[in-house]
Write a protein that binds this ligand. Structure first.
Ligand code: FUC
Length: 782
């Protein structure tokens, strides 16, 4: 099966030949003749990327590149995840506190529109927008040839974390490999040809930043400053450095470019850095960092760099594997198609191999963009080609940032959560100022967005930003870090962050005059307007749900650590006064305090905030609260399946939790089809937003294993389309791990690992089995 679009584009690019099985011998590294059929972990294409969302991402948790794989011109779009707009700033608005009692009064009197207007005028951050994540620019390699080539193939090998391009020109086979090594800190490009002296090109930078390129220490170095934004002055300097190591041929250094002529092989060592050291400290010297990285990399050389990189990557990547099989017609031949063709076919039929590849791609992406010591994954991970990307490519913490980390613990990537924990630690400082200035409260608060500078005040407009729950939701990930890992030192470390997040609400919750319940006010049900011409309100369902988790986790943590009995009591008393979830007149789970759902202006709104209690939380579930779970289903049906990428992904998680595997699978087809997945498998909001990749991945895992109570549910929502398969290294709460193999839709073999001597209770349907982890492991044939 050939996609006509691909043929047209290949012709336009001057590419001839089949791309597969062209008889070009394998070197045993990347781009073996037909690795796609043998390795399930490869994205591959028959033509270079024209669009950015066709290019392939590499990243080392700090520096990243989008690789286009052009024949005549290679474009490497570069990022450093500490390059953002503006500089250290404090957005707290000293007028906000005076308006608070008045806005609350208007809300409780039902004068929502007036309340929202007043909040917009008096309670918002200054400036009212945050800073954007920004591109460095592009490294361009120009080869001085036409783009005509044969045997073209480009690929991303997820298991090696290497992007590779191969093609033939005039009897010579050219190969390019690109990797972003966390082991060395460098981006490395290796160019080879199978005839000596065949490599000639010019390397130069193109950038939309205030920057210029020069030769320094023999390297091509781009130096610049970031841009001012929203009245916040530009405070960062940055540098991107390229060292050209040629084997044979000549290298010529000119002002602003380096030329290579007639080389046998060339290695480019690239490092990026900025002056960012912390949200209040921009005193770094980027030139020091980049020079140290390229010099250390040059001492190692290509072969050793590659070997170290692959080993370091695999130490994380190979902790987990997944294999999904199907008996459906056409499913097995799908593996022979290029990745863009597979996506194009997925509108109706998800080939199970593509779903498994989607899971592994998300793991690859998280490993590449979220590493200890670095920044957390933004709305675009760390890949962004603009100065002002959509929504600033920031951290939107009313769903998107959290979704980025949904699969991290179960998919066995706990180290990748560390940047998120560090972000919460920094927010607990900046957010303490906002808590004090805006609410006169103790503790810390973060509203619906933050940026590199950890701004925490309400932004954009009251109907989006006046939601004080972002920090509290992030704390769920702190708790999960403990719950999956069971490391007491880690719990002691995160406890003060959770405690102070909860303390804010002890001060900032107010009694609902109608019921006496303690509610957030002002707040909103993320970004959804209610029938009274506004979004702002008191006590939306989601807020109480998040707070139930936060208080419960704080109480449990303090008990485990033997701390603060007084505070535990305060938290328990506050929690007891939160409003309970309610079922509305339409049989739906109520989104607001009042039964407004059926008359809200956007019935198919993308956010399903009131279903937080079903997923990611476990407060509402089919086992313990079947009536509320049925109401959640009604709400989900009312909202409909069709939405933005991340919103579709959330729905799949919810249907999986509600134990409707086939329904979940039908929505997965929507997510993996071409409307919600770009050719490079990036999620399409649209535009590109990485959260859907991660949310879709957690959903697949939820179909296979769930933990709602003290049992591990095996195949709780297995779609009939995946009768056979296996998963290895799926992490469980309680410091455990499971390997699972199933056949005919039923569990076959199970292996468990965890603390020695503990008993694990497993459940499949009505059948329950207990196994003891003698010497830390157990095997079971179901
Ligand atoms: C929230 C969502 C939008 C988008 C933005 C980044 O505001 O409602 O759909 O994902 O974040």
């Amino acid at each position: 099966m050939t996609d006509p679009l691909v043929i047209d584009r290949r012709a336009a690019l001057g590419i001839v030949g089949a791309g597969l099985g062209t008889g070009i011998p394998s070197t045993g590294a990347a781009l073996a003749a037909e690795p796609d059929v043998r390795s399930p972990h490869i994205l591959w294409y028959r033509s270079p990327a024209l669009e950015w969302t066709e290019a392939l991402p590499v990243g080392n948790g700090r520096s990243g590149a989008m690789v286009f794989g052009g024949v005549a011109r290679e474009r490497l779009q570069l990022n450093d995840n500490t390059l953002w707009g503006g500089g250290p700033y404090s957005p707290a608005n000293p007028d906000a506190l005076a308006a608070l009692p008045e806005v609350r009064r208007l809300i409780f009197e039902g004068r929502y529109r007036e309340a929202q207007e007043m909040a917009n005028a008096r309670m918002m951050a200054n400036p009212v927008r945050q800073m954007s994540y920004q591109t460095i620019g592009d490294l361009i390699l120009t080869f001085g040839v036409s783009s005509a080539a044969g045997g073209y193939r480009r690929e991303l090998d997820l298991d090696q974390a290497v992007a590779a391009t191969r093609f033939m020109r005039q009897g010579v086979t050219y190969r390019r490999e690109v990797l972003a090594s966390a082991a060395s800190g460098a981006l490395v490009v290796r160019l080879t040809a199978d005839r000596p002296g065949s490599l000639s090109f010019e390397a130069e930078f193109e950038t939309p930043q205030e920057a210029s390129a020069d030769i320094s220490d023999g390297d091509l170095v781009l130096r610049g400053t970031n841009t001012a934004q929203n009245g916040v002055a530009a405070a960062l300097t940055f540098e991107a450095r390229v060292r050209v190591v040629a084997e044979g041929g000549t290298v010529e250094r000119r002002a602003g470019s380096i030329g290579v002529t007639g080389a046998d092989a060339v290695t480019l060592l690239i490092a990026t850095d900025t002056s960012f050291k912390g949200p209040k400290d921009v005193s770094g010297v980027p030139g020091r960092g980049t020079r140290a990285v390229v010099e250390a990399a040059a001492r190692r050389g290509w072969a050793q760099l590659r070997e170290l990189h692959v080993a370091e990557h695999r130490a994380l990547f190979r902790r987990f594997d997944i294999d999904l099989k199907s008996n459906a017609p056409g499913a097995s031949e799908a593996a022979a198609l290029s990745t863009d063709q597979r996506i194009a076919r997925s509108r109706t039929l998800v080939d199970p191999g593509l779903a498994a590849l989607y899971v592994q791609y998300a793991r690859y992406l998280l490993i590449s963009c979220s590493r200890p010591g670095g920044q957390p994954a933004t709305l675009q991970g760390l890949w962004n080609d603009r100065i002002s990307p959509p929504w600033g490519s920031k951290y939107t913490v009313n769903i998107n940032t959290e979704m980025n980390y949904w699969p991290a613990e179960p998919a066995n990537l706990a180290p990748c959560v560390e940047p998120l924990v560090e972000m919460v630690r920094q927010l607990s400082v900046t957010g303490a100022e906002v808590a004090r200035v805006h609410y006169g409260a103790r503790g810390w608060v973060c509203h619906h967005n933050t940026d590199l500078w950890r701004a925490a005040a309400p932004i954009d407009g009251a109907r989006f930003g006046l939601w004080p729950m972002g920090g509290a939701w992030l704390c769920l990930h702190l708790w999960d870090r403990w719950d999956y890992g069971r490391d007491k030192a880690c719990l002691a470390d995160i406890w003060p962050l959770m405690r102070d997040a909860a303390l804010f609400f002890v001060d900032a919750l107010v009694a609902d005059p109608a019921t006496g319940a303690l509610v957030t006010c002002p707040s909103l049900s993320p970004e959804n307007a209610h029938p009274h011409g506004a979004a702002i309100c008191a006590g939306p369902a989601m807020d109480s749900q998040i707070l139930r988790d936060l208080f419960a986790h704080c109480i449990a943590a303090a008990e485990i650590l033997g701390l603060d009995p007084e505070l535990r009591r305060t938290f328990a008393e506050t929690m007891a006064k939160l409003p309970k979830d309610r079922i509305g007149a339409g049989g739906q789970l109520q989104e607001w305090r009042e039964d407004w759902d059926l008359t809200a202006p956007e019935p198919h709104h993308r956010h399903v905030s009131h279903l937080y209690a079903v997923y990611p939380s476990r407060q509402i579930n089919v086992l313990a609260t079947p009536e509320l779970a049925a109401a959640a289903k009604t709400s989900l049906d009312l909202r409909g399946d069709l939405s933005t990428g991340w919103a579709v992904a959330w729905r799949i998680n919810l249907w999986a939790r509600l134990r409707e595997g086939d329904r979940a699978h039908s929505i997965l087809a929507l997510l993996l089809g071409p409307e919600r997945t770009y050719p490079n498998m990036f999620d399409a909001h649209p535009p590109f937003q990485i959260d859907g990749n991660f949310g879709g991945t957690s959903a697949v895992l939820e179909m296979l294993v769930q933990q709602l109570d003290d049992h591990v549910d095996i195949l709780p929502a297995l779609p009939s389309a995946w009768p056979q398969g296996s998963v290895r290294g799926l992490r469980l709460r309680g410091g455990r791990e499971i390997d699972l193999e199933w056949r005919d839709g039923r569990p076959a073999h199970i292996r468990l690992r965890g603390p020695a001597g503990e008993t694990v209770k497993l459940r499949h349907g009505q059948a329950v089995r207990s196994v003891v982890l003698s010497r830390g492991a157990a095997r079971l044939d179901w």
